[in-house]
Design a protein around this ligand. Sequence first.
Ligand SMILES: Cc1cc2nc3c(=O)[nH]c(=O)nc-3n(C[C@H](O)[C@H](O)[C@H](O)COP(=O)(O)OP(=O)(O)OC[C@H]3O[C@@H](n4cnc5c(N)ncnc54)[C@H](O)[C@@H]3O)c2cc1C
Length: 520
Amino acid sequence: MNRAEIWARVRQHRGPWDMIVVGGGATGVGVAIDAASRGYDVLLLEQSDFGKGTSSRSTKLAHGGVRYLNQGDIGLVMEALKERGLLLQNAPHLVHDLAFVVPNYEWWEAPFYGMGLKLYQLLAGKYGFGKSRLLSREETLEQLPTIKTEGLRGGAVYYDGQFDDSRLLIHMVLTAFEQGAALVNYVEVTSVTKDAQGFVDGVMARDVESGEAFRATAKVVINATGAFTDRLRRTADPSATLMISPSQGIHLVFKADFLPGKSAIMVPHTSDGRVLFAIPWHRHILVGTTDTPIATATLEPVAMESEIEFILSTAGQYLAKTPTRDDVLSVFAGIRPLVRAEGVASTAALSRDHVIHIDPSGLMTICGGKWTTYRHMAEHCVDQAATLGQLGEKSCVTRDLRIHGYYVSPQELGTLAVYGTDAAEIRKLIEAHHELGGTLHPELPYMKAEVVWAVRHEMARTVEDVLARRTRALFLNARAAIEMAPTVADLMMPELGWGPATKEKQLSHFREIAANFLLH
Ligand SMILES: Cc1cc2nc3c(=O)[nH]c(=O)nc-3n(C[C@H](O)[C@H](O)[C@H](O)COP(=O)(O)OP(=O)(O)OC[C@H]3O[C@@H](n4cnc5c(N)ncnc54)[C@H](O)[C@@H]3O)c2cc1C
């Protein structure tokens, strides 16, 4: 997947594409996979890197959403549970099941959560993961050895899916590419264009790397820009009513010893009514999240002090060792592209279901939903796009479409597990160049070969692409990522033909972004 080659293909394309998808997050890339695998001619443009938006900043759960049961959204939960099962089936190298323990400190919690979790398990039907059950006090302590013991009565265990969000996204980009889609990162869509009747017929875009502007036409333009949805809609119609109510959520990352063992903790009801997760992830612990309404979306959201304090103090109530600011290895924020609803008081209460909307100009928008349901959202969207663009009906084939790198026993691949079948290719690279087998930092498992691989085969263009989304260094340990950056830049220099000035610019840009992941 070479950017220059794909770019040349885009420039030489004759006539309109069947679909242009704007936005390279889970939603847009899901649409590109669906459309290309049905045989439609698709172009996807991403203004930054694939997954730069919310899709690299989630809680990393492939889940039905236990908390939506409480909101009575059974249909949404059942759909998401089915998609969770399909994700595990089609991407076993990137998704796995995980036990979640709900500790009980009140007498009523065991029967209450026990029943709810049983229902959650039953709703999954044939797509079920492990069986939920109640735990005695001793069993709870066995699963969560560091949990606060005072007042602990017992617990309940249930199973959900966990994944590496941006790694899955990169493998989805590769899948879409293999199915025939053209996908390019660092191309910003600046506006939509219209035909003589005022109907959307394409986009104006700008190659962020060269600054060059260009126009591409399409039978349907699909807006999959997440939290930026309304910005693009308003280039078609400046008076368009807003659809998105953005809400920020943050996570803090700690060393694994804050939660040893293999189970995650789910706190269904924190002091302010939110759900809190503490999850083992890539040999670290991820704790989150918050739900804070914000006025406008940015590509680089920053955690607020109040959010950090809330997570630190709440996590302290459930972990024997109370975490402090000094224990935080990384903090990251993401923005939920929630769909507005009249009369709903808080963003936490807004539905997580997706919406497909067609503006009078013919611009199609897909927004809301969850990472877990991207495939279902894409199927729904492409069905409607085919009708809108009079493209001729073609059936969806993604239910059984394997994601690039498909590998059933990734644990055999050691630290390269997330690459699936590509792990063998990375090993070959190391055999040919032994120095690439060295690690980039003593505190993280990433090897130099992964940097070269990311540039050559995964369209990584910047130091940040490598440290934030091809590897997850920045999300796991921001200080280590900053220390790794010069070596990463040295490895990228010959691959991308950078001179010393470009290298320096890359490093200072990375340091600026990484500062938002550090707690000062
Ligand atoms: C804190 C948090 C935790 C979450 N946890 C989970 C979870 O555990 N499980 C789950 O299933 N879901 C979870 N979600 C929800 C999930 O992450 C989102 O629903 C999903 O990632 C949204 O994907 P998207 O593609 O719509 O948006 P994004 O990932 O934001 O993608 C939109 C893309 O559009 C690009 N773009 C914008 N404007 C333009 C333009 N003009 N030209 C070109 N490109 C443009 C942006 O750069 C961006 O990359 C979570 C969300 C948050 C915020």
